[in-house]
Design a protein around this ligand. Structure first.
Ligand code: DC
Length: 221
């Protein structure tokens, strides 16, 4: 189990880590863990079930019972496709709120570690390198300025047919960054030994290439 390689890609919302992670995984033939989706799925379940977003015990119970399946780009919750539903901003914000609860995070640990299967895993999130896969041979911390991230998120939302407003996006990103970096448990920060990659002025392809080069230089050692 421990010998199955993991590449962790952590970073703030809309830093491009999801796209970079999925391209790196595809290139290496590795599995992919989008850990943010698990927090989003828990948030969606809570919103749909009318569970109070402040009720830590009830949220942790929901997280522990998540019936989730990833099929390529599709995300299924109890057999129902929710790929679009989990991407809306209200669900993202709710996910960021419930992710501050230690019991919710704890309830998702085993589920996340279960994605580690041969020949390897690329895991993206906030605490992949610091908490969930601390022994990962390659850890990357992907950042970008809040303006660059807001511009990307804007483009993504418009392309997907969602309404978007730049000022709202900037405000939401700042709010979410503050919560993700300041929470007491598993805050967003670079893992020890993580490679830093600032993509403010970089396209996705060069970022993917850089991660693959880091990985190849590890394998060559
Ligand atoms: O990466 P994302 O935007 O889909 O994540 C949604 C929220 O989930 C994010 O605001 C914080 C939380 N999250 C977390 O706390 N830890 C992770 N490993 C991944 C996401």
């Amino acid at each position: 189990m421990r010998s199955v390689p993991v590449i962790t890609i952590d970073g703030p919302t809309a830093s491009g880590k999801g796209t970079v992670a999925s391209r790196v995984a595809a290139h290496l033939g590795f599995a992919l863990l989008d850990s943010g989706a698990l927090y989003r799925l828990t948030a969606l379940s809570a919103l749909e079930a009318g569970v109070d977003l402040g009720n830590e015990a009830a949220l942790a119970e929901l997280a522990g019972r998540l019936d989730v399946r990833f099929e390529g780009e599709r995300v299924l919750l109890s057999g129902r496709e929710v790929s679009r539903d989990i991407r809306v901003e209200t669900v993202g914000l709710a996910a960021s709120k419930i992710a501050t609860f230690p019991a919710v995070r704890e309830a998702l640990v085993v589920l996340q570690q279960g994605f580690r299967r041969a020949p390897g895993l690329v895991a993206d999130g906030r605490d992949m390198g610091t908490v969930i896969f601390p022994d990962a041979p390659l850890k990357v911390f992907l950042t970008a300025s809040v303006e660059a991230r807001a511009a990307r998120r804007y483009k993504q939302l418009i392309e997907k047919g969602f309404p978007a407003n730049m000022d709202d996006l900037l405000r939401d990103l700042r709010e979410r960054d503050a919560r993700d970096t300041q929470r007491a448990v598993a805050p967003l920060k670079p893992a020890e030994g993580a490679h830093l990659l600032d993509t403010s002025n970089m396209g996705i392809e060069p970022a993917v290439k850089q991660v693959l080069e880091w990985y190849q230089s590890l394998s060559a050692r």
